[in-house]
Design a protein around this ligand. Structure first.
Ligand SMILES: Nc1nc2c(c(=O)[nH]1)N[C@H]1C(S)=C(S)[C@@H](COP(=O)(O)OP(=O)(O)OC[C@H]3O[C@@H](n4cnc5c(=O)[nH]c(N)nc54)[C@H](O)[C@@H]3O)O[C@H]1N2
Ligand SMILES: Nc1nc2c(c(=O)[nH]1)N[C@H]1C(S)=C(S)[C@@H](COP(=O)(O)OP(=O)(O)OC[C@H]3O[C@@H](n4cnc5c(=O)[nH]c(N)nc54)[C@H](O)[C@@H]3O)O[C@H]1N2
Ligand code: SF4
Ligand SMILES: [Mo]
Length: 729
């Protein structure tokens, strides 16, 4: 029997509305839902391959246990949980709860349910050691939001903007950073309306091709460029005096700090035309409504907190925030937003609180515990040492910086548990891998995308939209798979602990906890019931959302930004002294001194058909590239005597990897652009087979030398490297 069912793609955070063709109860084809009011039929190849993942030969459909000879053999999921729980109990009894850590990777977030229950689990065992991919992604976002404060009125959306600026983010490919939900369409619509697009990226990216102004600076110069933009705005009086007087502290401090960043200095340092910088500043600042977003590149290229802080300062200086009386387009469907008010929640600490790590003076941060230090926490002997790691939907061996250190750490663990549908480089080293149910085998919602949007401007839904989807099919014959969250339920039950799961419908942790649910440890909820628990207290009840299986823009009462409450004292801060000192450091140019022995800067980028380390085994996803090409400018290629297809050795101060050259004028000279999460483990004999497996750029990073002193994130983009040819095409 054939039928078509609505669903949500959860392969990445974009959560596209999809239609699934079912044959005899099994998904056979996926396409976009053209009638969907937000996505308008958008999908990508990664989503359209969903039926493949469910059926793939390489999909793990049984849990596995590591044998004494290092190989893995199947084990029942209940037996695996018995053994894992026993080992956890032993470690907690002998070494305390801090010896148990978790790492939540991208699929732990895409599958919202697991993130929440895993945090509840860690709470219940009393371990603070929760690491996530956020601190090796864009930690500058949460840090700068804390130091700058939060504007309760919210920011501008692209669909109402006159100007839009993207700093090292390529949403047409990443579906992130500035305009998720069919970004190509959003840009086309905005441009048709006359909105101006400014892109700052060393590559001529998909969005740069659409830009009115594209600045292609030398990598790692974003603080310099942003300070230059701010200086023009101050000099030419293009700021919003009224907004700053009423709501902003640190105006004089920032103006003074950016003063040395003249257009000429920026032009020289970043190698961009001074007049284009000035034009970009005017275009942005003169716009009535505008937004800026920075992406992974600048967050990873050094001084990421400062970059994000200057981005926020650009918005505040120009008053590009929603004001009293303005309509709030999306007051929230599944997520309760901060009550829209013309007021600032003042700055809060961004680091220096919570759990103190034993290494490099790092502490908990607004972005979470520094994941870049997790390997050292595992390797360093002594009280508090991490001895067990539960890896939830992540792949540390591919994604963590400093792959060599990560490899030593994974091997040293007494217990490594992964929940993953693939035999990944991390799973290879795991003691247990739990085989999970996949997308069509579980219920889901669009809450993640809405949640991302509730945290800041430029992400999430611009309208009150939500979708819920039921599970569509059963796991393959003979499979023993569980929903990711059931692992934590199963372990808690065996350890005799109770789980209190906070509601994910609230941004405020206190409200989230108050609306949380203490799970009944004798009657396990179903996956569907678990979503009811997670969405408890949502502005529109999940039951109502369920009535519209194709997704819906809900009729919500018109919401306007409320006036500043009487006596309100909260103000935004654009002059944080730690970051102003960093700006001074940037001006004194120490960065460039440190890099002088290296000819190139390796920058990070994403490939449209591949999501991080997932499913490189699918030949449709790899039909363009079976590896992560080393994209470089033809001029550079010619100068060093290489051409497309040649294998090069890329050497940083930490290590060497191999790469396959792809010459393209889209990359500015002096840079090599490569995607992360490719390659194999350092001791894998396939390491030389770069044409089939790619090279791991994380291996080039050095977590202990070149790192942010607060979030611990090392240089993961703009890494100084040299190259030499090793093999012709
Ligand atoms: N050098 C360098 N390093 C980087 C980056 C960079 O730009 N440059 N980027 C960083 C960024 S932004 C991030 S977010 C991290 C990513 O870091 P990770 O999240 O650790 O890496 P992923 O490859 O996204 O891991 C996803 C894992 O989930 C598994 N998976 C797929 N589907 C499912 C499912 O349905 N259920 C479960 N349980 N698992 C599933 C996949 O097989 C894979 O192992 O990497 C970071 N590392
Ligand atoms: N297709 C696909 N989509 C993805 C992913 C994927 O792997 N594939 N990963 C997902 C994840 S985990 C994340 S976090 C998001 C990330 O989303 P984005 O941040 O949008 O990621 P990218 O598309 O890599 O864009 C980063 C850009 O930074 C530029 N860049 C590098 N270094 C510098 C620098 O020093 N300065 C400036 N100005 N630019 C620089 C690169 O050229 C690149 O164009 O994407 C998500 N979406
Ligand atoms: S963009 Fe993400 S959510 Fe949308 S179809 Fe592609 S993988 Fe799925
Ligand atoms: Mo990410």
């Amino acid at each position: 029997m054939k039928e078509v069912k609505p669903s949500i793609c959860r392969f990445c955070h974009a959560q596209c509305a999809i239609l699934v063709e079912m044959e005899d109860g099994k998904a056979v084809k996926v396409y976009g839902d053209k009638d969907n009011p937000l996505y308008h039929g958008y999908t990508c190849i990664k989503g359209r391959e969903l039926p493949y993942y469910h059926d793939a030969d390489e999909r793990l459909i049984r849990s596995m246990k590591r044998q004494p000879d290092g190989t893995h053999a199947p084990i029942g999921s209940e037996d695996a949980m018995d053994e894992i729980a026993a080992k956890l109990k032993q470690l907690i009894d002998e070494h305390g709860p801090r010896s148990v850590a978790i790492y939540i990777g991208t699929h732990g977030f895409n599958n919202f349910a697991t993130e929440m229950i895993s945090r509840a689990f860690m709470n219940a065992i009393g371990s603070p050691m929760v690491f996530t991919s956020v601190t090796i992604d864009q930690p500058g976002k949460a840090v700068s939001a804390a130091l700058h404060g939060t504007w309760m009125g919210g920011g501008t959306n692209i669909d109402e903007a006159d100007a839009w600026m993207l700093v090292g983010t390529n949403p047409i490919v990443s579906q992130f950073g500035g305009m998720p939900v069919n970004p190509a369409r959003q840009i086309a619509k905005a441009k048709k309306r006359g909105a101006k697009l400014v892109v700052i990226d060393p590559r001529q990216t998909d969005v740069a091709k659409q830009a009115d102004i594209h600045l292609a600076p030398k990598p790692g110069n974003d603080p310099t460029v942003l300070a230059g933009l701010l200086r023009v705005i101050f000099k030419e009086g293009l700021y919003d005096q009224e907004f700053c007087t009423k709501h902003v502290n640190g105006f004089a401090e920032l103006r003074e700090a950016v003063e040395p960043f003249t257009p000429e200095l920026v032009a020289e340092r970043a190698d961009i035309p001074a007049d284009k910088l000035v034009e970009a500043a005017r275009t942005y600042a003169k716009a009535n409504r505008a937004g800026v977003t920075a992406g992974t590149g600048p967050n990873m290229a050094g001084y990421g907190n400062l970059t994000e802080y200057l981005v926020m300062s650009l918005m505040s200086v120009c008053g590009h925030w929603r004001r009293e009386g303005e309509t709030v387009p999306n007051p929230g469907v599944l997520i309760n937003r901060i009550p829209p008010t013309e007021a600032a929640i003042p700055p809060s600490p961004a680091w220096g609180f919570g759990e103190k790590l034993r290494v490099r003076n790092l502490t908990d941060t607004a972005a979470g515990l520094p994941t870049a230090a997790a390997a050292e926490e595992i390797l360093m002997d002594g009280p508090g040492q991490v001895k067990a790691l539960i890896n939830l939907g992540g792949n540390p061996m591919m994604a963590w910086p400093d792959q060599i250190l990560a490899h030593e750490a994974m091997k040293k663990l007494e217990l490594l548990v992964c929940i993953d549908p693939l035999y990944t480089a991390t799973v290879e080293l795991a003691d247990y891998v739990i085989a999970p149910k996949l997308t069509f085998e579980v219920a889901g919602t669009t809450a993640l995308q809405e949640f991302l949007g509730a945290g800041g401007p430029g992400v999430g839904y611009q309208q009150p939209y939500a979708q819920y989807c039921d599970k569509l099919q059963e796991p393959p014959e003979g499979a023993d798979v569980i929903e990711d969250w059931e692992l934590f339920y199963g372990l808690a039950k065996r350890l005799g602990i109770e789980l209190h799961v906070s509601s994910k419908s609230f941004l405020d942790p206190k409200a989230a906890k108050a609306n949380g649910t203490t799970l009944d440890m004798n009657n396990k909820p179903t996956g569907e019931e678990f979503w009811d628990i997670l969405m408890k207290g949502s502005p529109i009840p999940l039951d109502e959302v369920k009535k519209h299986p194709y997704g819906k823009v809900f009729d919500v009462p018109e919401t306007r930004v409320a006036p500043t409450p009487e006596g309100w004292e909260g103000r935004l801060d654009i002059g944080n002294d730690v970051l102003m000192k960093e700006l001074e450091e940037v001006h004194s140019n120490i960065v460039h001194e440190r890099e002088k022995d290296y000819e190139f800067r390796m920058i990070s980028r994403r490939l449209s058909d591949i999501h991080n380390s997932s499913w490189h085994t699918n030949t449709k996803l790899t039909r363009k590239f079976k590896y992560n090409p080393a994209f470089m400018n033809p001029e550079d290629a010619q100068r060093v005597g290489v051409k497309s297809g040649d294998v090069i050795k890329i050497t940083s101060q930490r290590a060497s990897i191999l790469g396959v050259v792809e010459a393209t004028a889209e990359v500015r000279t002096g840079s090599i652009a490569m995607s992360h999460s490719w390659g194999v483990n350092p001791d894998d004999p396939r390491d030389d087979d770069v044409r089939n497996y790619g090279g791991n750029t994380g291996r080039l990073t050095d977590t202990t030398k070149d790192f942010d002193p607060h979030t611990g994130i090392p240089r993961m983009s703009s890494i100084p490297v040299n190259i030499e040819r090793v093999d012709a095409a």
